[in-house]
Ligand binder design. Sequence first.
Ligand SMILES: [Zn+2]
Length: 182
Amino acid sequence: MERHKFQWVKSPNFNERPSASITMVVVHHTVIPTLEETVNHFLSTESKVSSHYVLGKDGTIVQMVKDGDRAWHAGVSSWKGVDNCNDYSIGIEVVNKGNGMDPFTEAQYASLVNLIGSFVSKYGIASDMIVGHRDIALPPGRKVDPADNFDWSRLSEMADRKTVTELASRMQREYREQEHTN
Ligand SMILES: [Zn+2]
């Protein structure tokens, strides 16, 4: 297995999980174009955001929050009827401008496969619990990450993209219908 550079830089932006169980992985793009700026953003107490892991363009993995702690990456969110995805997920921020053109690199896909593979063995993450921020964010359309040029087929050994997409569109449809009747 290829070895990528790994660093630990502790973010102040985290708290305790309400329950110890970790059942989900959320993939994001940063919009912020570099690893250094992203890490600085997550180090700032004013930003009030963080992620367990940040993946640089060269595949470098920076861990900023312990898996067992609750990072602040998903915001208002829900999946399969359970709200507040930060409570039970691990967040991975992939450095990318998020404009649909900036390529996700081979090194980033390799690091993602390694990282998510390790969570699948360690925490038993199910294939329909490996999602993008866009799938779980509420209200629907609030988030678009990871961008359309993110290649989910690279994670197909672990992530069931078809089921996730179907579940996400059902949740978003139900959300809109509920809004309508309230
Ligand atoms: Zn995001």
